[in-house]
Design a protein around this ligand. Structure first.
Ligand code: SF4
Ligand code: SF4
Length: 660
């Protein structure tokens, strides 16, 4: 059998199986709830932990970003590729750690929210919902188109006499069709088919490696063909940036991945999610590890060839080996690879169409979701969204390719856009709604900035041929998002601290006093005395007439003349004027509060000051009070954070020069 015949047959079989699954599921699709996981009890569901696990692992294994990438990177990274295995398993484990919280949170809704609806509701921000939906949609659309492009190029590498556009068209039509007809349930079933074909591939290829080595000179001879550095963990600067970059991409990404979120939304039981995620982490680790080892050891069979992916070279070698065994290995491998490609493409398509339908089209105000679940019209709309967005993504990638974006560039830009959601998801799971509500602006700005910065870094890096910048675009997106959200958290903490602890009566009194020329403190180092103008003035009582009183002073003054705020008591005032001032005189003069007696002298950090706003201050004679008799300035601001009191002192002392 010729190689072309085997490859085309395997591809056609994959296409036929997936279309058949789409049609079979589509026959039972009565409404939009059967197409998308909008509720827990319809066709669009994940039935059990095994289904959850295989489907989740399938979302992580794409032809473009994993299999082809492994075989391309193995020559540079060698066994360091296993780091991707560890970080991917860790990323899924992070989701498992939060699985209980996610389940509890989404169970509080009357339907299954999308990731963005969840964020929008928890942070109480419609803008955040829409910004998040756009970020996810663009990311998945880009990834979808990349998957198709890589698939067609891969095919062109094997069968050069069939043009790539024809292959792209065939792959697009099939993936649009079966996803639009069968929806989420078809994707879950094809994910299982994908994983079965991947595991067959992973079983066949090692057998072929062993067979090839034993029939071509034995282990020593073939291991000697391996390029240096592949089988050891040698360190270099490039390796370090790879390790950091992959860690940042893989570990936090799954918690903010709409396709993982969809599978959680599609589960009917809590255990399906928790057990499924636990198995996913283990299964992904095993699958990715075998793939990484196959990519490293491929150089026993094919030589390093610049510009050619070693997987293509490997398949050509298998095809040229001849015999039934090699033909079977080639058939199974191509079937597995295209199964991975189609299933990944459909996962991305269904994630985008779910996002756009639920978060953009079915926006609040258009009626309760329940009204739309049975509607044939809504079903048609959601299918149309799916096909339309897929077409747009294909055009988008063609445009980006025309300005020089490579596949790797796109992948990093895509991840860069989505990672900005990660800190928000974690915060939404850890905090309650009232606290999150205060962060709605910061959250929206964080996601938008992370998205723009991720794409901008990738585009600028590409245009200036700075590949480091392209590679770092996800890190930039994540760091910026974390920074802005962190800033929001700090500002909110300060705001709440001020609201809970700062006595605003006093702060307002200080502001008013400053405006009226009071609270301008002069250090008293020279002869000074007070000649009070009493009822001819009484400005202190009219402007800063909100004196703090001690419990003993309060007993005499009586509750009707007092007000309380945050454990402090004051004499009631009317726009800063003390209500105990009658006809220009203090009505409780012999028992007035200590602060009133001390005015205009202040003890600020052990140093004597005088308020320059008092017109009775004279400099002809030294009658300054003893500093020990004046209460510390801080006493006027009970239960106020030290930082705020410090700030007031600085402000009130700062402009001294103008008044001396
Ligand atoms: S502002 Fe000064 S002068 Fe005027 S009443 Fe008060 S203490 Fe006396
Ligand atoms: S208690 Fe008497 S001295 Fe103090 S502010 Fe009021 S009126 Fe003035």
């Amino acid at each position: 059998m010729s190689m072309g015949f085997i490859v085309i047959t395997a591809l056609l079989l994959a296409l036929i199986v997936y279309v058949a699954i789409g049609l079979a599921v589509g026959r039972k699709t009565k409404g939009v709830a059967d197409l998308l996981p909008l509720t827990a009890d319809r066709q669009a569901k994940v039935k059990n932990p095994a289904e959850f696990s295989t489907s989740t692992v399938a979302t992580t294994i794409s032809l473009a970003t994993v299999i082809m990438a492994f075989f391309e990177l193995a020559q540079y990274l060698g066994l360091w590729l296993l780091w991707t295995v560890i970080t991917t398993a860790a990323g899924l484990f992070v989701v498992r750690l939060f699985a209980d919280r996610i389940w509890i949170r989404i169970s509080a809704y009357d339907h299954r929210p999308t990731l963005h609806e969840f964020l929008g509701r928890e942070f109480n921000s419609q803008v955040l919902l829409h910004v998040g939906a756009v970020c996810t949609s663009l990311g998945f659309l880009g990834a979808f188109a990349v998957e198709l492009m890589v698939g067609s190029r891969f095919f062109a590498g094997l069968i050069p006499y069939i043009s790539a556009p024809i292959v792209v068209a065939a792959l697009c039509i099939v993936s649009f069709f079966y996803t639009a007809v069968g929806g989420f349930r078809a994707v879950i079933i094809t994910d299982r088919v994908q994983m079965i074909s991947i595991w067959m591939l992973l079983a066949c290829l090692p057998i072929f490696y062993i067979y090839y080595v034993l029939t071509h000179g034995g282990w020593n001879e073939n291991l000697a063909k391996m390029p240096p550095g592949i089988l050891d963990f040698s360190y270099s600067k490039e390796v370090l940036s790879f390790l950091v970059g992959i860690f940042v991409i893989n570990v936090p990404t799954f918690i903010s991945d709409m396709s993982i979120w969809q599978r959680i939304a599609g589960a009917q039981k809590h255990r399906t999610v928790t057990a499924g995620l636990g198995r996913s982490a283990f299964s992904a680790a095993v699958t990715w590890a075998v793939l990484a080892l196959l990519a490293c050891f491929v150089f026993m069979i094919v030589p390093l060839s610049p510009g050619t992916n070693s997987l293509v070279s490997l398949l050509k070698t298998i095809g040229s080996t001849g015999g039934f065994f090699s033909s079977a290995v080639l058939f199974i491998t191509v079937l597995g690879l295209y199964g991975a490609m189609l299933s990944t493409a459909s996962t991305q398509l269904i994630a985008v169409s779910h996002t756009l339908y639920a978060d953009v089209f079915l926006r609040p105000g258009k009626g309760a979701l329940q009204q739309h679940l049975e509607s044939k019209r809504e079903l048609g709309i959601s299918r149309a969204i799916l096909v339309f967005t897929a077409l747009v993504s294909t055009i988008l990638v063609q445009l980006l390719s025309s300005i020089g974006f490579s596949i790797a560039d796109l992948v990093f830009a895509i991840y860069g856009a989505q990672l900005g959601l990660c800190p928000l998801v974690l915060l939404a799971l850890l905090w309650d709604r009232p606290r999150l509500k205060n962060l709605s602006i910061a959250a929206t700005v964080a996601v938008s900035s992370g998205f723009v910065a991720g794409w901008a870094a990738a585009i600028y890096g590409r245009l200036t041929r700075n590949t480091d910048l392209v590679f770092l675009s996800p890190v930039i997106s994540l760091v910026l998002s974390v920074f802005i959200l962190g800033l929001g958290v700090v500002c909110d903490k300060i705001r709440r601290t001020l609201a809970e602890n700062v006595n605003w009566i006093l702060i307002k009194s200080v502001i008013k006093a400053r405006r009226e020329g009071f609270y301008h403190f002069i250090p008293q180092t020279k002869s000074t005395r007070l000649v009070c103008l009493k009822d001819r003035c009484a400005r202190c009582c009219r402007v800063i007439g909100t004196p703090v009183v001690t419990p003993q002073e309060a007993e005499f003054i009586g509750p009707s003349s007092l007000m309380r705020d945050k454990n402090a008591m004051f004499v009631k005032s009317d726009s800063g004027a003390c209500t105990l001032l009658k006809n220009g005189l203090c009505s409780i003069y012999p028992h007035r509060p200590k602060g009133c007696r001390e005015y205009p002298w202040y003890n600020i950090d052990g140093r004597l000051y005088c308020d320059s706003g008092c017109p009775g201050v004279k400099y002809d004679k030294d009658e300054r009070p003893d500093i020990a008799d004046i209460q510390p300035f801080d006493n006027f601001f009970p239960h106020t954070p030290k930082l705020v009191v410090w700030l007031i002192k600085k402000i009130c002392i700062r402009n001294l020069g103008r008044f001396v």
